[in-house]
Design a protein around this ligand. Structure first.
Ligand code: DQA
Length: 141
């Protein structure tokens, strides 16, 4: 099973960025942990701060025969119709993940252009949300 994690803007700064909200672990360290926990899964990871690159990466998932995508689009979640359209356009299930509980934050974070097209949404469980998403992929038919 191939699962691709796509992280959007500012998530390259995890571990340094607002640790009270996003934790003190870098995504690279967390990704290594994920790989050791889910060693039967072919996990890959992409991060970009550029909206179009995230859209291109979603399209690429079709060609790369990815079984499921885990997408944390960061702030683009709340602004990007293009990213939402890309999620709708590809025939690959996408799980939307947020580290923080976006519903318990500013009102502008309550809007998601992704959720309508996502297989599900996980928000507020810290980095563990990625693990929960992978667990869901590996246990659902
Ligand atoms: C985030 C929540 C977004 O509102 C924010 O812009 C992020 C991270 C999260 O993982 O909690 O960059 O997606």
């Amino acid at each position: 099973m191939k699962i691709h994690i796509i992280n959007g803007p500012n998530l390259n700064l995890l571990g340094k960025r607002e640790p009270e909200t996003y934790g003190a672990t870098s995504f690279e360290d967390y990704f290594n942990e994920l790989q050791s926990v889910f060693n039967e899964v072919e996990l890959s990871y992409f991060q970009s701060n550029v909206e179009g690159e995230l859209i291109n990466e979603l399209h690429q998932c079709l060609e790369n025969k990815i079984d499921s995508v885990i997408l944390n689009a960061g702030a683009y979640t709340h602004t990007s119709i293009g990213l939402g359209d890309a999620v709708a356009a590809i025939d690959v299930p996408v799980i939307e993940v947020h580290i923080s509980n976006v519903m318990d934050r500013e009102e502008f974070r309550h809007v998601s252009y992704i959720s309508k097209y996502a297989a599900g949404v996980i928000s507020g469980f810290g980095l563990k949300g990625y693990e929960l998403a992978i667990y869901n992929c590996t246990t659902s038919k």
